[in-house]
Design a protein around this ligand. Structure first.
Ligand SMILES: [Zn+2]
Length: 461
């Protein structure tokens, strides 16, 4: 039997162990994993001195998202190209229910994404209305492979918000079929009230932005969602966990036996709200906001203790020009930061290279846990024979200074400009195709596939 590709002399790591082995790829799948592979291959890739890991899964990106009077700058092509260069082989975006049905939103989003994506992808269904039709449609949505939902506890004006009853009901209905319900957890009444008061007092500068969304409104909303998960028997997932209070609320839910999992991002782990006082402070506004150094530390601890299962980004890129209307008025900032390309290198550097995170831990956080939660395991997120050959070859010694001009995201700034990282993806393979090599993107828009997903699996802790 001939192989398409053989990756030799690398150090492999999966969710459980680190080991020396070669990988043989055939037909886009992992065909052999062995200490030494003698079969011939059309191409031999040396991974000497490097780690070979399952490709990253970023289950929280917003590509071509219409928001705040503009559209997020990375489309499905540029966003997935950047993801690939940052070691990510699968992204999950959103199909948010508009005036029509959820399935209509899914179809429209797929029509947009399918011809453009350079990595594999899927969609969460954003439910904005819990009416008889939506309820009736839910099984069909899950049957077409969309097994996770997003409910916004905020964004009332934008028409995205779902109330507590909707959240309770979607948790209850989806759990029966192995669905997972993700929430954007902030208390909307306090957020709106605090914002209105700041505006009345003329406090519109970006430095006041964090006061409009303090950590306790996240902690409260997570606690409430956990309560609905417990009462309904649902599977809950907290998007973009930002604060120590949020981690405590998740941890308390876990202790009480509730199936609640959470994600955080390099932005919340490595940036603080001091940025809002800088001259370009408006650039860093995202919801929830980045917090204090103590919050950063508690999030790191949560990652290490397994209280937080997933590294995602909430990648939502806006250029300086798009952000400009909010320079002196935080209510006019299109919220979001570009990070899909640098998320994993930043955490690899601060975690693995710094010696505080093991490689299997990094693999669980960057890939395996998301694969399990979002119904993709073991086709994704593993190095098992038969899995998709989605692989990232990491050079643990490569030092890079992050600069917006060198990155592939379609924006003219980076929240991590000038940050030095140790360890960087050297090569990314998607189903056995080399789509990024030494920082050069080699993939093709449209070659990524839509992933119909299965039921959620609760990751081991
Ligand atoms: Zn988001």
């Amino acid at each position: 039997m001939g192989l398409d590709i053989k990756i030799v002399d690398g150090t492999l790591a999966d969710e459980a162990q680190v080991f020396r082995a070669d990988i043989g790829i055939s037909g886009g799948k992992i065909a052999i994993v062995a200490r030494e592979i003698h079969e011939r291959a059309d191409r031999i890739i040396s991974a000497a001195g490097s780690y070979v890991l399952p490709g990253g899964i970023d289950p929280h990106v917003h590509l071509s998202l219409p928001f705040c009077g503009t559209v997020s700058a990375d489309d499905f092509s540029s966003g997935t190209r950047a993801a690939a260069c940052g070691g990510v082989t699968t992204v999950i975006d959103f199909a948010i229910q508009g005036p029509g049905t959820v399935l209509e939103a899914v179809r429209a989003r797929r029509a947009q994404a399918d011809p453009e994506v350079c990595t594999d992808y899927s969609l969460h269904a954003g439910i904005t209305r819990w009416d008889a039709q939506t309820q009736h449609e839910l099984p069909a949505v899950m049957e077409c492979g969309i097994t996770s939902f997003k409910l916004f506890m905020v964004y009332r004006k934008e028409g995205w918000m779902a109330d507590d009853f909707a959240l309770y009901e979607v948790l209850r209905e989806s759990a029966r079929r192995g669905g997972l319900v993700g929430v954007h957890a902030e208390n909307v009444d306090l957020m709106e009230g605090l914002t209105a008061r700041l505006l009345r007092e003329g406090k519109t500068e970006p430095r006041y932005f964090p006061e409009s969304r303090p950590a306790f409104i996240e902690g409260e909303a997570i606690g409430r969602a956990v309560r609905w998960a417990r009462a309904s028997g649902g599977n809950l997932y907290i998007f973009h966990l930002s604060s120590a209070e949020g981690v405590e609320a998740v941890a308390a839910g876990k202790c009480a036996g509730v199936r609640v999992c959470a994600e955080t991002a390099a932005t919340y782990l490595g940036l603080t709200d001091e940025r809002f006082g800088e001259p370009d402070g408006h650039l860093y506004a995202t919801c929830p906001p980045v917090r204090t150094a103590a919050d950063n530390a508690r999030l790191w601890e949560g990652l290490m203790k397994g209280e937080i299962e997933v590294l995602a980004t909430d990648h939502c890129a806006f250029s300086r020009a798009q952000k400009e209307p909010g320079r002196h008025d935080f209510t006019r900032i299109p919220y979001g930061m570009p990070s899909v390309e640098v998320n994993l290198p930043l955490v690899f550097s601060a975690g693995v290279s710094a010696g505080r995170m093991s490689l299997p831990q990094f693999v669980r956080l960057s890939s395996t846990n998301a694969a399990k939660l979002f119904g993709l395991y073991p086709t994704k997120g593993s190095l098992q024979v038969g899995a998709d050959a989605d692989l990232t070859i990491w050079d643990p010694r490569q030092e890079r200074t992050l600069r917006a001009g060198d990155l592939h995201m379609r924006v003219d700034w980076s929240p991590f400009e000038g940050r030095v990282v140790t360890g960087y993806p050297r090569m990314t393979l998607l189903r056995g195709e080399v789509i990024c090599d030494g920082g050069r993107f080699l993939g093709t828009p449209g070659s990524g596939r839509f992933l119909a997903r299965g039921p959620t699996q609760y990751p081991d802790r």
